[in-house]
Design a protein around this ligand. Sequence first.
Ligand code: HEC
Ligand code: HEC
Ligand code: HEC
Ligand code: HEC
Ligand code: HEC
Ligand code: HEC
Ligand code: HEC
Length: 348
Amino acid sequence: MRVDRAAYACLWLLLPGLPFTAAAASPLGGDAACATCHAAQTAHYRATPMGQALERVEVSDILKQHADLSFQEGPYQSRIARQGDRSILTVTHGTETFTVPLLWAFGRGQAGQTYVFEYNGAFYESRVSFFYALGALDLTMGAQNTKPQTIVEAAGRHMSSMEARDCFGCHSAGGVSGGKLHMEALIPGVGCESCHEAAAKHADAVRIGDIAAAKLPHLSALSADDTADLCGRCHRTWSQIAVNGPRGVGNVRFQPFRLANSKCYDGADSRIRCAACHNPHEALETNLASYDAKCAACHSAALHTKVCRVAKANCAGCHMPKVELPGAHARFTDHQIRIARAGDPYPN
Ligand code: HEC
Ligand code: HEC
Ligand code: HEC
Ligand code: HEC
Ligand code: HEC
Ligand code: HEC
Ligand code: HEC
């Protein structure tokens, strides 16, 4: 079990104290090192939210398209303004002003984007984030529970070096080795090697024809439990959540936990692996009917298993309900597959 309560708080995932457990990473020249031989897996990967989980502010489309954003919190006025290919955060409070260039943009997923800047040699997480649903700034997840005491706190939350390591570790590749963050080696966005350990060595070995060294594990052969643990390095594992919480809707984003709590889950059955429903190299499939076949792999008259008396299609629409996460301005899919009746409490 990988639990270290002291480490930090990932506000987006509303979960205290669980570090990113980095795969032993070696620097890798990005997807180009794989594209020549694995075109299918590489073609669309970089356009996915995982592939873009971290970007330099210079290339952030959100900040380019929203060149002047502002937000008022009590006496503090925050503004993110584009100047050339930079985005500058300015916080004012009466006559006081704090100005800092944003460096990193985190998140291209369902909800929004959070920014990271550097001040006095440390990384800070921006107190305001961009939310798609609003097309505007609002408080970053978790910031609702705090009140800034200084103008710097109104700009962002100081991160310890461990927290910064974990933050970048889950959203990029190559930057964490020997338990430390090495920004010079970091490649923004989750990379091939974030899931395929030692892939860089593999690529070299294939090129020189060293067949023994070229072997990489077939991740398609992993059990449901082992796949959930692989994805759980970042999406969090069942045991991390079981031990630490959170309870209530705050855990809806921890799919390995939610899924394993449903009656459908069998850790040894590959039909309920994360990768049975999600191709990690492609964009998330949002046509719910396309998941029906995944359910039918286990639920069918031919297999003499339980089938639905209510409907024959769009299974996930009723049995994997979307849940609103307070402060996220977005809804997330509950992976605890179940008979969900209107008005039922969120099961835990
Ligand atoms: C190295 C960390 C890491 C690992 C390992 C990882 N993920 Fe992710 N994943 C992320 C991050 C970070 C995001 C958020 C991306 C964003 O919002 O920009 C994400 C987002 C996603 C999304 C949502 C995409 C969307 O459209 O919003 C899916 C689906 C997903 N991951 C599936 C998986 C599966 C399946 C696995 C295991 C095979 C896995 N992930 C392993 C870090 C990881
Ligand atoms: C243990 C790994 C991990 C750490 C550490 C982590 N994240 Fe994430 N983050 C994720 C995953 C996984 C997702 C996608 C969750 C999902 O879609 O269900 C995500 C999603 C996000 C999102 C996108 C929300 C959305 O869906 O639009 C933002 C923004 C974000 N993280 C920022 C941060 C910042 C800033 C830090 C550091 C303070 C951080 N994260 C630390 C794993 C991590
Ligand atoms: C020069 C061609 C070449 C390059 C470059 C290359 N691979 Fe491969 N890869 C192969 C071949 C050939 C195999 C089949 C080897 C075997 O398993 O016998 C393979 C197998 C794999 C597998 C296992 C496939 C399975 O069936 O499960 C993965 C994963 C993989 N490569 C990932 C990568 C990644 C990631 C990169 C980039 C860092 C990369 N490869 C670079 C040729 C290449
Ligand atoms: C989020 C984790 C994750 C990332 C990132 C990822 N893969 Fe994979 N990859 C997997 C999993 C899981 C499988 C097994 C898929 C299955 O079971 O069908 C896989 C399978 C493969 C295979 C075997 C053939 C196949 O499609 O099943 C190759 C080759 C491969 N990946 C290459 C890559 C390359 C190249 C990249 C970067 C562009 C990459 N992967 C990024 C998780 C990942
Ligand atoms: C790995 C096989 C497997 C897959 C894939 C699977 N299920 Fe199940 N499911 C089961 C099993 C086993 C049960 C328990 C049956 C029993 O109670 O006899 C179950 C139970 C259920 C139940 C009843 C839950 C309850 O509380 O009584 C529903 C509803 C359900 N599944 C829907 C789905 C839907 C929808 C999908 C696709 C999104 C799906 N299942 C995918 C194996 C699976
Ligand atoms: C039985 C099919 C199924 C399995 C297994 C499954 N998912 Fe999903 N997942 C879905 C569906 C359906 C959606 C919603 C797609 C949509 O509406 O956009 C989804 C959405 C997601 C998202 C996007 C964020 C959200 O909340 O909508 C992430 C991240 C994700 N799954 C991760 C995982 C991980 C990690 C695993 C393994 C622990 C997993 N999934 C297993 C069916 C599945
Ligand atoms: C319109 C919403 C809806 C859709 C769509 C739907 N279901 Fe159901 N399902 C229900 C409800 C409600 C129940 C409980 C019915 C009852 O009380 O017997 C149920 C019951 C079930 C059960 C439990 C059956 C039992 O005998 O205990 C399974 C398994 C199931 N559904 C699977 C599926 C699958 C697979 C699909 C897609 C082919 C699907 N459902 C589509 C609403 C839906």
